[in-house]
Design a protein around this ligand. Structure first.
Ligand code: ATP
Length: 237
């Protein structure tokens, strides 16, 4: 579905990403794991064109989308990016945060009602808290809200930047179960994570990014058995 070819990202003198290539297969969950500063967020931002690559191409379903405006990538191509740190609007209520997802689409009142109802059925915590300002939600609830907003934008490809960040282990499990469920519903997922254990146990395929380069790739299962991954990323001897 997505092919990233020879991508390099440079910030002044810093080469954050160094000529990486990878693919995201349709219908699957693909994970990009790596430590702090490896270049994971930069890679996602290049896909959404929130940073301009120094070099490389982003190809989605055979179409070169490199340089397409970010709002077109979201609205017309259907690549929805849930950024690190979630970025909900803290002063707005949960419901208002959800309403914003409709601003780039034309829907009838009936469609709107049924989509809101579906979101509340899928994420009951958001229905309970729909009148609460989003800034007062727990970290996990904010992540669920950010994901729900993404779902309302009808993605073909959902890209998530560290969905586990700052969350307690039990909530991380819940958030990843939601991600698996969205994927089972037909949405392709590409996620970046420092939490290699969670990412690889969820994904079909994985890539390991270190200092801007892909050093390992394979099925998530094989990566979990890789001695280097075990030692450095899973904390096993
Ligand atoms: P983290 O998990 O900590 O978010 P990451 O793997 O997502 O890390 P990036 O955020 O992509 O890594 O950063 C890669 C490198 O690029 C880092 O050295 C970072 O300091 C640098 N960098 C990222 N954004 C910018 C920027 N806007 N200006 C300058 N340097 C940047």
């Amino acid at each position: 579905m997505l092919r990233v070819e020879d991508l390099s990202i440079q910030y002044g003198g810093i080469r954050a990403v160094r000529g990486i290539s990878f693919t995201v297969e349709k219908g699957k969950i693909t994970a990009l794991i790596g430590n702090n500063g490896a270049g994971k967020s930069s890679t996602l931002k290049a896909i959404s064109n929130l940073v301009t690559p120094a070099q490389g191409r982003i190809v989605f379903e055979g179409r070169d989308i490199t340089g397409l405006r970010p709002e077109k990538i979201a609205r017309d191509i259907g690549i929805i990016h849930i950024p690190e740190g979630r970025h909900v609007f803290p002063e707005l209520t949960v419901r208002e945060n959800l309403l914003i997802s409709f601003s780039s689409r034309t829907v009838s009142k009936r469609e709107f009602m049924s989509e809101m109802q579906a979101v509340f059925e899928r994420f009951p915590v958001l229905e309970q808290r729909q009148k609460q300002s989003a800034g007062t939600l727990s970290g996990g609830e904010q992540q669920i809200l950010a994901i729900a907003r993404g779902v309302l934008q009808k993605p073909y490809l959902l890209i998530l930047d560290e969905p586990s960040m700052g969350l307690a282990p039990l909530i991380v499990e819940e958030v990843f179960e939601i991600i698996r469920e969205i994927n089972r519903g037909g949405v392709t997922v590409f996620l970046v994570e420092q939490n290699a254990q969670m990412a690889l146990s969820t994904a079909d395929t994985g890539y390991v990014l270190e200092s801007g380069e892909i050093i390992l790739q394979g099925s998530a299962e094989a990566l979990m058995e890789d001695p280097q991954v075990k030692k450095i990323y899973l904390g096993e001897e």
